[in-house]
Design a protein around this ligand. Structure first.
Ligand code: ADP
Ligand code: MG
Length: 946
């Protein structure tokens, strides 16, 4: 209340920000007549003139009004669109490195040209990031007219380009592309073996379109490049599968008996404690069982009681007692599965004690302290323990992934099986993502479940989160129709402010309150009824669903009542944009998953305004309010007529899982009849609360991911920087010399105890170490030995090693030897870094498993991760020198070729999925008559090659 009054007095922060921009807009407008008076050539010459002023020290802020006026005039002449004032504001906000919230259809694509042009004047490159390749191409071509007119180059990076095409695209003034392309190119660049093949320039300025989708939804999982692991673990899935099936059969049987008992109990004694406890077991054992869901839906109060009981038992630490009758427990909410004692016994055939992944550290320590063992035996036993540990943890991991596959992943919802392959269905767009794979063995598990060929497992070679990728830009900006609900996250993670920009025309869409039914069937029946009525009137309807399965059900229902419609889902996504674009035509009914066709403009057909414009029907609420707003936003663009309504049921996941007590009690209070909807402000409020809960839960997950990645990020920066330096071609000789010195010192430190006479030092050890490290047979006559100090030993080792080093250099020839050094350093770094990534993964997983009682897992991860990293740095030195001293005549070219061969097997993944993307390496230049690499479809000479 008070907040509102204060806002009225002072204006909100947003209004104040907007007010500050008004004078700039006026300045731009004032320049318009001047620009209109220029000839095309004169207008184009402005670009050069502005660039020169930058060279003379003018700031971009100073140039902004003129540059924007130039772009606006160029747009009028090329695209016949004159940037609206609100688009100018959007442009300024983008230039300031903030997020411009501009509703769907307000023309964000055009607004971005202003700031892209201004910032490209620096010559340092501007990236415009889109949600898919289709939009990257569309926007390059569409907005390309303006840039070309003004003499700037523009290009697209899309799937399937080779390095030289990518280089060219990145050298353009403005580059359009998807977040995945930009991110993977960054990672790939840091795996390159020659400076010339690096494609990206220093990250300068990025404008991220649909910024919430990219920086929030897609940021839940990192980008990963992986390659095949040396030893394949895929047979494990086949091996464990029968046991998991057995587990499921057993669990299902218990579930059936328990449910029977629950039903009987409910009849005889009502919701007594014993009955509830039994029902809780069912919930923990199979939360998605249709019978269970049915029961819960029929008795709204029951769910509340169950949750209360679960919460209570959880705080009292009594849940294990509930779980002891089960084989495994499933937490749908957190996507977690756990084997119980009983389940472990079943899977591991009675030796439940052996099941637990052994604590390797403890094991190794025991071996180490065992005096009966010689050092050789200790080493052998240590290896054995490690191998056992690896096998046990892999088996454990595979088992859990299979359980998830069986209980939580459903065919035709999360994935489809097509041509013998498991194809992921995108949760947000409902599109099939062929070639993408879930990571961490989940995809293999689903493959095993569906009986299709289980693909090889891959190992991470490079990885980064979007958060850390986009933070590298000097300046970051974004635009979307829906940012405000996530303003806090943008601020905290990316330090991005959100400015809400008013619409060009007032928004007149009618958003009706939600209607809510008891069951899903009733809900869909009602929705179909409404669609049919509107359709008969000729009003276009766009229906949002949350999964393919649901959209297909709905489609069947509509077919039954003879309503002609288009379905937009996995099976015809090529035509996605086309279909969405037509959704506003008279009489069109379009079923689409919630986010499908983002970025495509829906223009109303003739006479549709009179009918009330496009009507949106949501058939379920998404976890995030933002996604619902996206769906709604498809209607009412540019002051169009329009309306929207969501149909919900008590059986919807959101209400079921997160609705909580409040929802149930409201429902009870209001009373609910079969087929009768409830439409009440209180419910909308309760749903919003549920969504807020999920949103903040998801934010927590992303924050956590980021905290872990931050540890990795520092390490990645060090390694990538070192790697880049090795690539620059500067001589590595001084660095190698330092390594040799350091290693010589280390040998001396290890063996030369100055408290005893030199002849009593462990000379066997010294000789072995020198031989291992430098391939040197240390010769030492008595006399030298007698007066030797620790420093003397170090110095003489160093000198002998340097002598060998120089000799080697002479045999190879200095130039060739420098090359060799470079290749070896890069290979060693890459190899150890890869191992380190794996070790860090294990560390993270292990911390979870070990469940540190008192310590914060993140702190442990940081500390141990740091130690491992320092260890790796030492090993890089050791191995580089060891390799170098051993290498005979191995042509570096050959090694490079071998490395490149490996690149063909790389797999690119994101969002827990993996995309196989063979790297094409034709070094061909683009011919003048060939299609332009920017993807415009025009000939190269007519497009970017002009
Ligand atoms: P958004 O990305 O904000 O949803 P788009 O960039 O797809 O919107 O543009 C929506 C529609 O508005 C497009 O058809 C575009 O041609 C049109 N449009 C944008 N700006 C203008 C303008 N200044 N004048 C006329 N039409 C415009
Ligand atoms: Mg757009």
């Amino acid at each position: 209340m008070i907040g509102n009054v204060l806002k009225k007095v002072f204006g909100s922060k947003n209004e104040r920000e907007l007010n500050k921009l008004k004078p700039v807009v006026e300045q731009i407008n004032a320049l318009e007549p001047e620009m209109q008076a220029l000839s095309d050539d004169q207008l184009r010459a402005k670009t050069q003139a502005l660039k020169e002023r930058i060279d003379k020290g003018a700031t971009l802020d100073e140039l902004l009004p003129e540059a924007f006026a130039v772009v606006r005039e160029a747009s009028v002449r090329t695209l016949k669109m004159r940037h609206f004032d609100v688009q100018l504001i959007g442009g300024i906000v983008l230039h300031q490195g903030k997020i411009a919230e501009m509703k769907t259809g307000e023309g964000k694509t055009l607004a971005a040209t202003l700031s892209a042009y201004l910032n490209a004047l620096t010559g340092r490159g501007v990236h415009v990031v889109t949600v898919n390749d289709y939009l990257a191409r569309r926007d390059t071509e569409w907005m390309g007219s303006i840039y070309h007119f003004l003499g700037l180059s523009v290009a697209t990076v899309v799937h399937g380009l080779d390095d030289s095409q990518r280089q060219e695209a990145y050298n353009a003034d403005i580059t359009y592309g998807t977040n995945n392309e930009f991110g993977f190119d960054y990672l790939r660049d840091n795996m390159k073996f020659a400076l010339e093949s690096i494609v990206q320039r220093e990250p300068h300025y990025a404008i991220v379109d649909e910024v919430d989708s990219i920086l929030i939804d897609e940021a839940r999982t990192p980008l990963i490049i992986s390659g095949p692991v040396e030893q394949a673990g895929d047979r494990l899935y086949e091996e464990v599968k029968p046991q998991v099936i057995k587990l499921k059969q057993n669990q299902d049987r218990i579930m059936r008996t328990m449910l029977d008992e629950v039903l009987k109990g409910l009849e005889e004694e009502g919701e007594a404690d014993g009955v509830l406890e039994l029902l809780l077991k069912v919930k923990r054992g199979d939360p998605k069982s249709p019978r269970f869901l049915d029961l819960i839906a029929k008795r709204p109060g029951l769910k509340k009681k169950l949750e209360k009981l679960e919460g209570q038992l959880s705080t009292e630490k009594l849940l294990p007692q509930i779980d002891q009758d089960l084989f495994c427990t499933i937490d749908e909410n957190q996507n977690l599965v756990e084997l119980t004692e009983k389940g472990l016994k079943l899977i591991y055939g009675g030796h439940a004690d052996d099941y637990i992944v052994p604590d390797l550290d403890e094991e190794l320590q025991k071996i180490d302290e065992d005096d009966r063992l010689t050092s050789m035996e200790k080493r052998i036993q240590g290896r054995k323990a490690e191998a056992f540990y690896r096998e046990a943890s892999e088996r454990f991991h595979v088992t859990r992934q299979l359980i998830k596959a069986y209980w939580l992943f459903n065919k035709d919802v999360q994935y489809v099986v097509k041509d013998g392959q498991v194809v992921i269905v995108d949760e947000f767009t409902g599109r099939m993502m062929p070639g993408r794979r879930w990571s961490d063995g989940l995809h293999q598990a689903v493959e095993a479940k569906e009986g299709v060929t289980v693909a090889e497992e891959n190992q991470t070679l490079a990885t980064i989160t979007f958060q850390n990728y986009f933070r590298m830009y000097d300046k970051l900006a974004g635009m979307t129709g829906t940012a405000d609900t996530e303003a806090a996250e943008f601020k905290k993670i990316y330090d991005l402010d959100v400015i809400v920009i008013p619409t060009n025309e007032p928004m007149i869409r009618l958003d009706y309150p939600d209607v809510i039914y008891k069951t899903e069937a009733e809900k869909f029946k009602a929705a179909v009824e409404e669609i049919k009525q509107l359709h008969n009137n000729g009003q276009p309807v766009l229906v949002g669903t949350i999964s393919i399965e649901k959209s297909e059900n709905l489609s069947q229902m509509l077919t039954k009542v003879r309503v002609k419609h288009e379905v937009l889902n996995a099976k015809n996504h090529e035509r996605e944009a086309e279909i969405v674009a037509m959704a506003g035509q008279k009489g069109h009914v379009t079923i689409s998953t919630n986010m499908a066709g983002r970025g495509t403009d829906i223009v109303l057909g003739e006479g549709v305004k009179k009918l009330g414009g496009l009507h949106i029907i949501g058939t379920e609420r998404h976890e995030s309010r933002r996604v619902d707003n996206q769906l709604r936003g498809r209607s009412g663009r540019q002051g169009d007529q329009g309306s929207s309504r969501f149909y919900l049921s008590m059986e919807d996941d959101l209400l079921r899982i997160f609705g909580g007590e409040r929802m149930s009690s409201i429902m009870e209070r209001l009373g609910m009849e079969e087929g009768e909807p409830i439409e009440h402000g209180m419910i909308s409020k309760a749903i919003e609360n549920a969504q807020r809960k999920v949103e903040s839960h998801n934010f927590e997950i992303r924050k956590q991911l980021l905290k872990y990645d931050d540890v990795m990020n520092q390490q990645r920066e060090v390694i990538y920087k070192q790697r880049r330096e090795a690539l620059t071609g500067k001589s590595l000789k001084p660095a190698i010399e330092d390594m040799i010195r350091g290693l010589s010192e280390r040998i001396a430190d290890g063996f030369a105890d100055e408290k005893v006479l030199p002849e009593e030092w462990d000379w066997k050890g010294i000789r072995a170490a020198t031989y291992l490290q430098f391939g040197l047979h240390l010769k030492m006559d008595r006399d030298t030995m007698d007066g030797l100090t620790r420093d003397g030993l170090a110095e003489s080792t160093f000198e002998s090693a340097m002598k060998t080093y120089e000799e080697k250099e002479a045999t190879f020839g200095a130039e060739e030897f420098r090359q060799l050094e470079q290749t070896i350093v890069l290979q060693v770094v890459d190899n150890l870094w890869k191992e380190h990534l794996l070790a860090m993964d294990h560390l993270k997983e292990g911390i979870g498993l070990r469940g540190y009682a008192q310590q914060d897992p993140l702190v442990v991860y940081k500390k141990e991760g740091y130690e491992m990293f320092m260890d790796m740095i030492e090993r890089i030195k050791e191995e580089t020198v060891r390799f170098l001293f051993r290498v005979q005549i191995a042509r570096p070219e050959k090694m490079v070729a071998r490395e490149k061969n490996k690149q063909d097997q790389l797999v690119y993944s994101h969002d827990g999925e993996v995309a196989r993307q063979p790297v094409r390496r034709s070094k061909k230049k683009v011919g003048r008559n060939q299609p332009c690499p920017c993807g415009s479809g025009k000939k190269y000479k007519k497009c970017c090659g002009r």
